[in-house]
Design a protein around this ligand. Structure first.
Ligand SMILES: Nc1nc2c(c(=O)[nH]1)N[C@H]1C(S)=C(S)[C@@H](COP(=O)(O)OP(=O)(O)OC[C@H]3O[C@@H](n4cnc5c(=O)[nH]c(N)nc54)[C@H](O)[C@@H]3O)O[C@H]1N2
Ligand SMILES: Nc1nc2c(c(=O)[nH]1)N[C@H]1C(S)=C(S)[C@@H](COP(=O)(O)OP(=O)(O)OC[C@H]3O[C@@H](n4cnc5c(=O)[nH]c(N)nc54)[C@H](O)[C@@H]3O)O[C@H]1N2
Ligand code: SF4
Ligand SMILES: [Mo]
Length: 718
């Protein structure tokens, strides 16, 4: 084969890609199954394919994504732990070990002793089946997924305010129509790079772009106004802006009256909010807050975007809702050039949160606590509603349950939790204490290395399924290559395991499309209604926005044009008072550590560090430090540093940069082990949505000799 069509496995834009075999790159035939992939390595070239979201663009990650899928480190056969080491096993051996362990665990400790941990890279079909497998295959209430760390603050805010969460309420094509765009804690230029031209177009059309970020990022570089905020203070900034809008009368009274509820209650919330005080708290000039409020308030159209910079805080849910207050007060939603957008992160971060791998959700955004929802899904699954367990706990809370041995078995599919959770010291010991850890992955990730059984799965090039991009557009990605070695599709593993648990009759699927057919019915009538979407339509129409309630329906590109999704059709203002954030700098830990992403790497780096072209761009982790702070703490550029919080410590190289606030440090999240920023992040969660406070840790920093760093780290592990 010399050409294949696929879709990037990384971020939420889901750019369409074609891969072409290049003559010069062909390598000799592989000597064995293990080397299967080596023959294809680097002999392919990626090109963007025109599509509605990225319009044919791809970024450096998409360009090189095939390198990890074709990497020789791909897992080709199952592994089981024997005498302490992971060794090759047959599928039968591995599955038998898991199946009989599950049965014993259920019999002896109950199904709730098993936790299931999913991910936002999984297709809709796999995510749906994982939820079904947990609930009626195993019968456990404990399932959650890495999207808890990603989407939970914004998703819960959208549900609360609008009655429904679809990430973006508008289309990407609305961006160039907006006259004012607020990018709050979102680094589009590095995290969704192919979307940047939409914003450049908006600027060319005269829009004012406001970026709120503690760092001068490449996204901030396109801003007309950069609010270089102190991490963790976005909620107060939003309140100050709202107060200015109200005081100046830059509000849409008609919209407020006809389409919203709760505006009157804002008076108490805004009482005592003074721009000058907030400016001091946020570490930005008061004049900038007024400027931002006036640009947004006076613009005829506008969009506010948030991403993890605002959301990954223990007050992230409220911070988002306060920002949406600005949208509602100015009536900037439900019409062209207007809206709110939570910039979804993972490839299927959107679909992954709709079909039941979240602790409290059933497919179609149904609630596991609602009797009618339970009854409907039970009818689709052909079980008694009483057989569907109740709601479980969030991803990090599952780790806490594992630490106290309430959860004794963990099944991980599509995540690397020992790197991506906060407060890794607890998570590591929780995973070490399990009776059995099972990991389904393409690679021996840091978590897989700790597992008792590792199951090799197919990559994006080899499996078929649907993914829902950041706009809520459902896209079909079809297998382009056969599975390498003995790797299997995730969903086939689930069907096999269910069969071993005597639940096979509920999992009689032969293709991904058959699962989608059931998902369509399961989502029917729910908020995220996929009923009208079929593979056949997706092939023909390229992508379809949900909700799409019937096969004749065209889908809904722009939400809330006439009604919001609450029973009364109105959106709700948020007047809930702000709550204090526990983690704060102190004399011992005077600096604020925040964290995030760089262009070339993806999440915990399991994939991108196995792509030669991407790995070469950033070989190891670093901390971005302002020159003043570097001087104060005796740090040299390029030198190793130790960063310590009240929760733990890690070691990274110093990168001195004028682009960051002097009171703030920034460390990427793409490395595990001694360079993992999450060794130091705090365990506290947002009370509304259980999002960890990743983006704010009080720390201190000091230079350290690398040998000493390693020794200290080893002693800290003991
Ligand atoms: N290259 C790349 N792209 C990715 C990913 C990746 O790993 N690498 N991951 C994907 C996924 S899963 C996700 S969730 C998205 C994440 O996309 P983003 O949320 O855009 O990425 P982050 O870098 O985590 O955070 C964004 C910005 O928030 C800023 N920030 C930190 N603290 C604060 C704060 O308190 N307030 C404000 N206003 N800003 C703050 C950081 O400086 C950073 O520039 O990206 C997706 N795309
Ligand atoms: N400090 C800090 N921590 C963070 C964040 C932060 O900003 N700061 N961001 C958080 C966010 S937004 C996210 S999304 C999480 C993500 O963190 P993780 O959930 O750890 O995500 P990945 O690193 O993508 O790990 C996914 C694993 O699944 C594998 N995989 C990929 N595709 C598939 C598939 O189709 N099937 C299977 N079975 N496996 C697959 C990959 O090889 C990889 O090992 O991290 C969170 N952690
Ligand atoms: S990482 Fe995102 S922007 Fe880049 S090619 Fe992939 S889907 Fe497109
Ligand atoms: Mo994410």
């Amino acid at each position: 084969m010399n050409m294949m069509q696929t879709q990037c496995p990384f971020c939420s834009v889901q750019c369409k890609i074609s891969l072409h075999r290049t003559e010069s790159g062909i390598m000799p035939a592989p000597p064995s199954a293990e080397m299967h992939s080596a023959s294809r390595y680097s002999s392919w070239q990626a090109e963007g394919v025109p599509n509605a979201a990225s319009q044919g663009r791809i970024c450096v990650k998409g360009m090189n994504a095939h390198q990890h899928a074709m990497n020789r480190e791909r897992l080709m056969f199952p592994l089981v732990r024997r005498n302490g080491a992971l060794v090759r096993a047959t599928w039968e051996e591995a599955m038998e070990r898991i199946g009989s362990h599950f049965q014993t665990a259920i019999r002896q400790q109950g199904a709730d002793s098993i936790g299931v941990y999913g991910g936002g890279s999984l297709t809709n079909e796999t995510a749906y089946l994982l939820g079904k497998f947990a609930r009626i295959g195993l019968g456990t209430r404990y399932i959650d997924y890495n999207g808890r760390f990603c989407m939970s603050a914004a998703a819960s805010a959208g549900s609360k305010v609008f009655g429904l969460d679809r990430g973006m309420t508008c289309r990407l094509e609305d961006i160039p129509l907006a006259r004012c765009i607020i990018l709050a804690g979102t680094n589009i230029a590095e995290c969704q790079p192919t979307l940047l031209p939409y914003f450049n177009q908006a600027r060319a059309n005269g829009a004012k772009i406001i970026v709120i970020d503690p760092r001068r990022t490449s996204t901030a570089a396109i801003a007309d106004l950069h609010l270089q905020i102190r991490p963790g203070t976005d909620a107060m900034l939003a309140l100050a802006m709202l107060k200015i809008l109200v005081q100046e009368g830059w509000i849409d009274e008609e919209f407020i009256q006809q389409r919203t509820g709760g505006y009157e209650d804002l008076t108490t919330l805004l009482d005592g909010i003074e721009t000058e005080d907030v400016a001091q708290l946020c570490g930005i000039p008061a004049e900038q807050i007024r400027q931002a409020a006036s640009w947004y308030g006076l613009a005829e159209t506008g969009i506010i975007f948030t991403a993890r910079g605002v959301e990954q805080h223990t007050d992230g849910h409220l911070a988002v809702r306060y920002l949406i207050n600005l949208v509602l007060a100015t009536g900037k939603i439900g019409r062209p050039g207007c809206g709110y957008g939570a910039v979804t992160g993972q490839g299927n971060g959107q679909g992954g949160r709709e079909h039941g791998q979240k602790a409290d959700q059933l497919p179609g955004y149904r609630s596991i606590e609602n009797a009618a929802d339970r009854e409907y899904i039970a009818s689709v699954w052909q079980v008694d509603p009483a057989d569907i367990p109740g709601k479980g706990v969030s991803a990090y809370e599952m780790m806490e349950l594992a630490a106290c041995r309430d959860i004794r078995t963990l099944f991980v599919m599509g995540s690397n939790p020992v790197v991506s959770n906060p407060n890794i010291p607890l998570v590591r010991s929780a995973l070490e204490g399990l009776n059995m850890l099972i990991v389904a992955d393409m690679f021996l990730s840091e978590t897989a290395r700790m597992a008792d059984v590792v199951l090799p799965v197919t990559s994006y090039l080899e499996n078929t399924g649907t993914l829902t991009n950041l706009e809520g557009r459902v896209l079909l990605r079809e297998a382009a290559l056969p599975a390498p070695g003995e790797a299997r599709d995730d969903w086939r593993i689930l069907c096999d395991l269910a069969d071993r648990l005597g639940r096979g009759r509920h999992f009689l699927f032969q293709t991904a499309e058959e699962i989608f057919e059931e998902l369509r019915i399961a989502s029917r009538g729910g908020l995220a209604d996929y009923y009208g979407i079929t593979y056949e339509r997706l092939r023909r129409e390229e992508g379809i926005y949900w909700p799409c309630p019937s096969p004749e329906h065209q889908g809904v590109p722009m939400m809330f044009t006439e009604q919001f999704a609450h029973a009364d059709g109105r959106a709700s203002f948020t007047a809930t008072p702000h709550h204090a954030v526990r983690e704060q700098p102190s004399p011992v830990y005077p600096l604020i550590l925040t964290n995030g992403r760089v262009l070339a790497h993806y999440l915990t780096g399991v994939q991108t560090r196995r792509s030669a072209a991407l790995a070469a761009r950033e070989l190891e982790n670093f901390v971005e430090v302002h020159p003043l702070t570097a001087r104060q703490h005796h740090l040299q550029d390029g030198e190793w540093t130790e960063i310590q919080s009240a929760h733990g410590r890690f070691f990274v190289r110093c990168r001195i940069s004028e682009n960051i606030r002097p009171d703030t440090l920034f460390v990427p999240m793409h490395w595990g082990g001694t360079q993992n920023v999450n060794e130091a992040t705090p365990p506290e969660l947002d009370p509304y949505c259980k999002m960890p406070g990743f983006k704010l840790t009080a720390v201190t920093i000091r230079p350290v000799h690398v040998g000493a760093a390693q020794r200290q780290y080893q002693s800290m592990q003991c």
